[in-house]
Design a binder for this molecule. Structure first.
Ligand code: DGL
Length: 280
């Protein structure tokens, strides 16, 4: 995660965060909460979402373009907020980019490995993330012998984006998806997709209180803070009054993005700039 040869930027340079669309705002929100002095540049690839059903080659190409764009904004670090992009593209980004890059998968895997008592962990995520077996790979490295069961839950993304966070339809679908994980008696469940922390209460209700839910968005913000601290890059003073702390970019129309952002982040987001990401 922390490369050997990293370029260092001033402490008050922004953090770059990207996702396939709106979901990564759950990571943005955690960074905002845990590091209130930091400036953030967020990019949501609203023109090319979803990533969860695309190939590794495509997601890697998209991720590299976005990382190049974020570097034009002089970001001091890049957070790959998307689980699918973290699963498919993190290694290549780390090799190509000379600033620290952090994904959401490793922090989530680490906490899950620490938290399981009975050695049975579940992961819910997109088809791509589950197919990549990336969570299993990291967890097995940290805690050999643990059993990891993955379940793709593709309908959760559109349900969340439709605002059906507490709804009988979401309940019913969640019951069907989660039944097999309940049957095998997992004690820890990773919410391995950007959108899932927003239906945490539905998932928690179905899994029952004996199952620990791991939110990679929260754990990533925690690790990011630790990493920036170690590198001497944590911003210790609040941005100047009147300066723009948060900037948003998208690759397609901004209105839906702004509506969704304001539904989950209490900041009053007024605009998101549309750019042509294919130019990068
Ligand atoms: N952001 C994606 C993830 O966390 C979910 C949405 C998508 O499929 O692009 O995997």
């Amino acid at each position: 995660m922390i490369q050997d040869m990293v370029k260092t930027y001033p402490k008050d340079a922004p953090i770059g965060v990207f996702d396939s669309g709106v979901g990564g705002l759950t990571v943005f929100r955690e960074i905002m909460r845990q590091m209130p002095n930091e400036k953030i540049v967020y990019f949501g690839d609203t023109a090319r979402v979803p990533y969860g059903s695309k190939s590794k080659e495509t997601v890697t190409r998209y991720s590299k373009q976005i990382a190049r764009f974020l570097q034009t904004q002089n970001v001091k670090t890049i957070v790959v907020a998307c689980n699918t992009a973290s699963a498919y593209a993190l290694e290549e980004l780390e090799a190509e980019i000379d600033i620290p890059v952090i994904g959401v998968v490793k922090p989530g895997a680490k906490v899950a490995a620490e938290s399981t008592v009975n050695g049975k962990i579940g992961v819910i995520a997109t088809e791509a993330t589950i197919g990549s077996k990336i969570y299993s790979q990291y967890i097995e490295e940290l805690k050999p012998g643990v059993s990891i069961s993955g379940k793709a839950c593709p309908l959760f993304v559109p349900l969340v984006e439709e605002g059906l966070l507490q709804d009988p339809v979401t309940d019913e679908i969640a019951r069907r998806y989660l039944a097999e994980l309940i049957d095998i008696d997992i004690d820890t469940l990773i919410l391995g997709c950007t959108h899932y922390p927003l239906i945490r209460s539905t998932v928690g209700k179905i899994m029952g209180e004996k199952v620990t839910l791991v939110n990679p968005a929260y754990e990533t913000a925690r690790e990011l803070k630790e990493m920036l601290g170690k590198l001497g890059m944590l911003n210790d003073s609040a941005p100047a009054l009147g300066s723009e702390q948060y900037r948003f970019y998208v690759s397609d129309k901004a209105d839906k993005f702004i509506r969704f952002a304001n539904s989950i982040i209490k900041y009053g987001i007024l605009s998101a700039k549309q750019i042509n990401i294919e130019e990068y």
